[in-house]
Design a protein around this ligand. Structure first.
Ligand code: AMP
Ligand code: MG
Length: 359
């Protein structure tokens, strides 16, 4: 008991409200001070909220793993505010990588490079590659610039839970465990960055995210996806360590229905009646186009099928809402796995523990 005292002790989490469009620089400086002193700061990015520490400070980075309960073998992304900052962190930057940076940075594209000796082992979980991205958010960029170091930052949630898209989600998970939360409102994209491995022959997407396969292929037609993303086979081990864990999981059981939209609606309606008969409270994750076709259950529209970006934006918040409503089971519509839909389906698969019904 005594031994873990240092870990378990509650700390006072400061919350700082910052204007997301035009961040007050003096307020961001407070965050940078915490980073420089080896503390933890949660901050908004264009994807989800990140939990940041000085990427060169091993002790500070350790605290990220403890606060989140993150498995030690799951490496972290380093966030930079300039391309020059990348040079010292990697062995070299290929022309291919430079073209992608030029086109997609700042933005939700994380790239893997052969690491330099400057990168602490704890960041890469002992791998010989390091993941780097430049976020497209004025608060995140200012925080990195002011700190003067690359910021290691996974999503600012408890490991296994849905990623935070609001400061309130960070509070829910990490209040008392981290030094500061910079509240910059709701994050835009709502799902995490795309992780692209450039250390292999053909660039390979290890995690689908905010930049789609289709967008990447316009710049580099050779880009491929890790088999574990394409296939529904649980026996295929993902190349990215983080992808093998259950993630984004609600407290409730969850089933995702895929197929023709009308078939999905029919199947969910049928399943809802069955669950209600068994005395279960049912949550239905519907869409704008289908929400009126359900008669029973707690129905929440996650966004519009005509603009899947709205679904990505609301996805994690909606999963958290069902938990708040204490439903026993969430029946979710699936979407077509193309463009941002690939990332949405990847998150739904993980959230449901692979509980997908094709109808
Ligand atoms: P998070 O920041 O929590 O959204 O997770 C970052 C993702 O990037 C996880 O899925 C990690 O496993 C992955 N990642 C980070 N560094 C590497 C690396 N060097 N090789 C493969 N995957 C990585
Ligand atoms: Mg995460």
């Amino acid at each position: 008991q005594k031994k873990r005292r240092d870990i378990m002790e509650e700390i006072q989490t400061k919350i700082i409200k910052v204007n997301e469009k035009n961040p007050e620089k003096d307020l961001i400086s407070l965050g940078a001070n915490v980073i420089n002193e080896g503390g933890l700061v949660a901050f908004p990015t264009e994807t989800v909220y990140g939990l940041g520490a000085n990427g060169f400070n091993e002790e500070a980075v350790k605290k990220i793993f403890i606060a989140k309960g993150r498995p030690q073998d799951n490496p972290l992304i380093l966030h930079v505010s300039s391309v020059e900052q990348v040079e010292s962190l990697v062995e070299f930057i290929s022309p291919e990588a430079r073209i992608l940076m030029e086109r997609f940075w700042p933005g939700p594209l994380t790239m893997l490079f052969k690491r330099s000796s400057l990168v602490p082992d704890i960041i890469t979980a002992g791998l010989d590659t390091v993941a780097i991205r430049m976020p497209n958010h004025p608060i995140a960029l200012e925080l990195i610039k002011k700190s003067g170091v690359p910021i290691a930052a996974p999503s600012a949630n408890t490991s296994g839970k849905p990623s935070p898209t609001l400061a309130a989600h960070v509070m829910e998970d990490l209040n008392g465990k981290i030094d500061m939360i910079i509240d910059g409102g709701s994050t835009g994209i709502g799902v995490e960055s795309t992780v692209l491995d450039l250390s292999v022959h053909d660039p390979m997407i290890l995690r689908p995210g905010g930049i789609t396969l289709e967008e990447l292929r316009k710049i580099n037609p050779k880009v491929v996806e890790d088999l574990s993303i394409i296939k529904d086979d649980k026996n295929i081990i993902p190349k990215s360590p983080g992808q093998k864990y259950r993630h984004y999981a609600p407290k409730a059981e969850m089933i995702v229905f895929t197929g023709e939209v009308q078939n999905i609606v029919d199947a969910i309606n049928e399943y809802t009646y069955k669950c209600i008969d068994q005395g279960k409270t049912v949550g239905i994750m519907a869409t704008e186009e289908t929400k009126d076709r359900y008669k029973k259950g707690i129905i929440i529209s996650v966004g519009s099928r005509r603009d899947k970006k709205t679904i990505a934006h609301n996805l994690f918040n909606t999963i958290r809402l069902f938990d708040e409503k204490k439903v026993d089971i969430i029946l979710s519509e699936g979407v077509e796995s193309s463009y941002i839909g690939t990332a949405i389906m990847n998150r739904l698969k993980k959230a449901s523990g692979g509980n997908i019904k094709k109808v």
